[in-house]
Design a protein around this ligand. Sequence first.
Ligand code: ADP
Ligand code: MG
Length: 582
Amino acid sequence: MSDIVKILPVEVSNKIAAGEVVQRPSSVLKELLENSIDANSSKIKIIIKNAGKNLIQVIDDGDGMSINDMHLSFTKHATSKINKIEDVFSISSMGFRGEALAAISSVSMIEMTSNKELDNDGYFIEINGGKIINEKESNVEKGTSIKVKNIFFNVPARRNFLKSDFVELRHIMNVFHNVAISHNEIEFSFINNDEEIYYLKTESLKKRIISIFGEKIREHLIPINENTQIANLNGFILKPEYAKKSRSNQFIFVNNRSIKSQFINHSISSSFDGLLRDGYYPGYFLFINMDPLKIDVNVHPNKTEIKFDDDQSLYSIINSSVKHCLGMYQISPVLDFDKDPSMDISYTQINTDPKTPSIEVDSEFNPFKIFNDENFVKKNSDISSSINQSNIFEENDISSKIFQIFNKYIVSTSTSSLIIINQNLAHQRILYEDFLKSIFEGSSESQKLVFPIEISLTNAQLVLFNKIETEFDSLGFVYELSNSLLIITSVPVQLENNSIEEIIDDILDDEDIFDKSKNLSYSDFFAKKLSKSSSIKTGKNLNSDEQEFLVNQLFSCKEPNLSPDNKQIFITLNKNDIENRF
Ligand code: ADP
Ligand code: MG
């Protein structure tokens, strides 16, 4: 029998290896930006077309390359950044594996120009699927420009695997945010489909964060600054009020490299214990600086994982520093030296003497009365005490057959059974059907707001908002959009008493809507999202009218059994079920 083991041709092995480095357009952007940073650039321009599927271009004013370097840079394991294996363990550059350009060029079409000296002409080189197809002298400025076109043109399976433009653009922006935040000394311009969506000049870290996330983040930034023998920490922690339902505001950098780390996330989150609502994640921009010998970056080709020699100590340092910084801000407000102090005083107050706040005293106040107050008893009843408190049912005499328990369930009795309804899920279902009806029947009702709500959208949110405006209209929102300021004048009636700003933030930060593979229609997505945000929450005490209303509405729904997320809304116990328990 003939031998069957053979060495794969370079093009094939490169394509296979490319899968680890180049997962999607955003990974290309990450590698190109890292190369420009390593080349000491002070200005970087990014041009994206069709969410990077057609073009990702990075132009820098860095060191540039000679013609030989340009040729070599596309071969595997070609790097100028390390010489010997020891160098890997004391890395200060972003790249070091020498495989990014080789991997990218094997799955795309590349055009590169580069010039090392200010007075030289420079060169142009074109590569298709890893092969040089054209090269010539070219009159270009000092620095390097790399165009990566038609990613995965020769690996159709991977090209088809790419997500919608919205999802890919989100990933691209996320990479850009990470790099721009950790390199505030560099000037960036970001052009998406011919529109410049970011222009960031050299600025302080704080200003850079504000330039990217919008002015409203300013007052939520608490500085963190801690120097220890193991690591130095700095950056900003976001106040608990700014927590989000997604992890989109979590940024960790180790020696200025953006990384992902479960244990660091966990360490920070646990410092927030008791300060966050359920399902909300804290935000942070945490820079950890430590001896490169004490970490290993070479865990995965995409270099976003790090091994720490002493992760337990690091865990406790981060945990206590974040606690300390949260505690400090609660005691003393953060002084903002970047801010013009005159901005804190509204115009009408500038020339008037400050008023002493008046104190109102309730002369009727009787500290013991509160314990007799029925509401007080109900609000503070936990599971066991509420069962023992006979007066909990006083208001809702059991003969009325509907009552609330644990501020969470509505119990409805009938002659043959007992139904226990989860109030939050029931209300979600009611609202969900209501919203869908408004959208499909065009029957949405709006409530005009006394004070219009102004929400300044981040650039990333704005790009996405433009795509979903139609659905937004059909729900009953009335608004104007001037630059990035969304001014809402009316809202759907169902949302009247909710924090509209939070709801909109939540919608525009959710990636699922743009993920076609999840098969969500925009209408369904909105109906789900809005019903969840505006539903009656667990813990809310409901009066008997409200309880009755909820039960009646639920059972006139088309699908009263399941919540919009397919959770069971109620359980039924019939006489047999109960008797079997004895
Ligand atoms: P690595 O960054 O790990 O060294 P890459 O494949 O990303 O590997 O790049 C290979 C080499 O090409 C780099 O080591 C560097 O010398 C050169 N290079 C790549 N991009 C640039 C750039 N924008 N400016 C100057 N040199 C570059
Ligand atoms: Mg590189």
